[in-house]
Each structure stands twice: as C-alpha cells, then as structure tokens.
Design a protein around this ligand. Structure first.
Ligand code: BJW
Length: 251
C-alpha cells in the first residue's frame, strides 16, 4: 500500500500543537464492524427509524422494542475489537503527552472502543451503551433483579431501566458538553473523524474550533458539511489514514 503524502504544513501544525482535540463519530468504528447510522446500505437509519428507537417518546411507547434493539447492539459491540483508527488515536495521545502537550478525545460513539484501544482522556458526548440507568430518576444502575420483564426494573424505584445513551430531544451530559466546548476553544488543531456532522450540538464543535482560530482537519471517505470549511480534508478510511499520519508526524 502506498503511503499518502501528508501536506507538510499539516505535519508542521501537529508537531507544534500544544493542544489537540479530536471529535469522532460512528465512522471511526466502521472498520471494527460496527454499523454507522447514515451510510448508504449499511447505516442503521436505513433499516430502522430513529423516531421508533432513539427518542424518549419511542421508549415510552414501546420500551420492550427499544430495550431489545439496544441489547442487540450492546452484544454486537461487545464482540468487536478496536481497529487501527482507535489505536492510532490512543498513540496520538501518548505521543503528545510524552511531549507535555494536551490531547482531548471527544466521541459521539457509545461503543467504548476508544477506551478499549487505550485512550484515556475521553469525553463521551452521547453516553455509553454498556451502562444502564433508571428512565425516571436517571441514576446509574449496575445490577437488577431478574423478574423476567423486558425492560428490567430499577431496583430502587421499580421504574423501567434504559441504556445510558443520549436520544434525540435529550440534553447531552452537561459536564461532558462543557469540557468538549472548552477543548474545541483552546486547541490549535481540531480533528473531525468519521462523523457526518449532521447531529447537534456535536456538529458545532468543529465550527467553534474554527472560530477560535484552530486548524481543522477532517478524516472521512465522504464529503460532509464541514469539508468546504476544513483546512485539511483527508479523504479515506480513518483506519488507514490515522496510523500513517501518526507515524509521519511523531515516529
Ligand atoms: C468513515 C468511515 C471510515 C464511514 N473512516 N469515516 C440545531 C438544529 C437542528 C436540530 C437540532 C439542533 N440542536 C439540537 C437539535 C436536535 C437534534 C439534532 O441534531 N437533529 C438533527 C439530526 C437535525 N439533536 C438532539 O436532539 C441532541 N440533543 C440536544 O441538542 O438537546 C437540546 C435540544 C433538544 C431539542 C431541540 C433543541 C435542543 C441529542 C442528539 C443525540 C444523538 N443520538 C444518537 C444516538 C445515540 C445512541 C445510540 O447509539 O443509539 O447519536 S443519533 C446518532 O447520530 C448517534 C451518533 O452519535 C450521532 C452522530 O452520527 P455520526 O457519528 O456522525 O454517524 P453517521 O452515520 O451520521 O456518519 C458516519 C460518518 O462516518 C459518515 O460521514 C461516513 O462517511 C463516515 N465513515 N466509514 C472514516 N472507515
């Protein structure tokens, strides 16, 4: 495979950066075998309607359907491994921290694959599918009595349990969102990797970084609304581009 020649200016920006932030989306896990949401043919939203599965109204209407859909996805992600894109981002963090620089990984993904790959400074904007919380009280729940019901019941209040993810119309976890805005505002280089940039407020993070004067780099095989505004658009699969970029810059 031919090594892509990265623009020397990009390499230079990365070598000098004191603060780097990365926003990831479903595309970063695609090469692990986790379906994205909006890709043609393979995206989840081509087969399922978000209104039926990823809103609080959908859960109230049919909690069993929603619980079972997430149970299927929870099993799916438990059975896959991080791919070279996740590993490269963990390596980017190590390389920067070794030099006393700061690295923040902001992910919209709920699959935990960045953690499995060894990244440590991770902001989970849309929650984590492996965690469960009470639908009524919001409290995280580690275990529950098996009453045979689907969804299971909260051991404290008897209400339904739900996955600890952020559905449409719900607020993002406030601390995570604030930390993500801050990272976007202070970084010199901001990466947007494997996200269509269609879901707010995450889609506004690269815009905030641009407005604050950061160099914005997109890694995606397809064009997105961000592409015309990015300083560098690296078109291709993240699992190929990111390892080569990390090697070109730091190794
Ligand atoms: C590769 C690749 C490879 C493929 N390598 N790349 C302002 C304006 C308009 C609407 C709103 C607004 N503010 C809020 C809203 C409403 C709504 C929203 O954004 N709607 C838009 C869709 C119109 N947002 C919300 O409701 C959010 N809450 C909120 O803002 O609260 C306050 C509020 C509420 C209501 C009104 C106003 C304010 C919550 C959003 C929650 C999103 N939840 C989901 C589900 C999470 C749980 C689960 O996993 O089931 O999050 S939806 C889904 O989309 C998931 C993702 O995290 C999110 C983003 O998707 P992502 O990651 O970008 O994936 P794709 O599939 O879209 O793209 C994949 C990309 O990868 C593609 O570009 C490929 O090309 C690329 N790719 N292979 C690199 N190998």
């Amino acid at each position: 495979m031919n090594e892509p020649a990265f623009p020397p200016l990009l390499i230079d920006h990365l070598r000098k950066a004191v603060d780097v932030a990365v926003l990831t989306g479903a595309g970063v896990s695609a090469e692990s075998g986790v379906p994205t949401f909006r890709d043609a043919q393979t995206g989840l939203w081509n087969r399922y309607r978000p209104e039926d599965l990823a809103t609080p109204q959908a859960f109230r209407r049919d909690p069993k359907l929603v619980w079972e859909w997430y149970a299927w996805r929870r099993e799916l992600v438990l059975g896959v491994s991080p791919n070279p894109a996740h590993t490269a981002l963990a390596e980017m963090e190590r390389q920067l921290e070794r030099r006393g620089r700061r690295f923040t990984l902001i992910t919209q993904n709920v699959d935990n694959l960045h953690g499995k790959a060894g990244s440590s400074n991770i902001i989970e904007l849309h929650g984590n599918i492996q965690r469960t919380r009470c639908f009524d009280e919001g409290t995280l729940v580690e275990s529950w009595p098996d009453t045979g019901e689907t969804p299971p019941r909260c051991p404290a209040c008897g209400g339904w349990l739900r996955p600890d993810v952020v559905w449409f119309g719900e607020m993002l976890p406030q601390q995570a969102l604030e930390a993500a805005w801050e990272a976007a505002r202070v970084c010199q280089v901001f990466f947007s990797v494997g996200t269509s940039g269609l879901v707010e407020p995450a889609a506004s993070l690269p815009v905030a970084a641009l407005q604050a004067g950061a160099i914005v780099v997109e890694v995606n095989p397809a064009e997105t609304p961000l592409t015309p505004h990015a300083h560098f658009s690296l078109q291709g699969p993240a699992g190929q581009i990111l390892p080569q970029l990390v090697q070109a810059v730091w190794e």
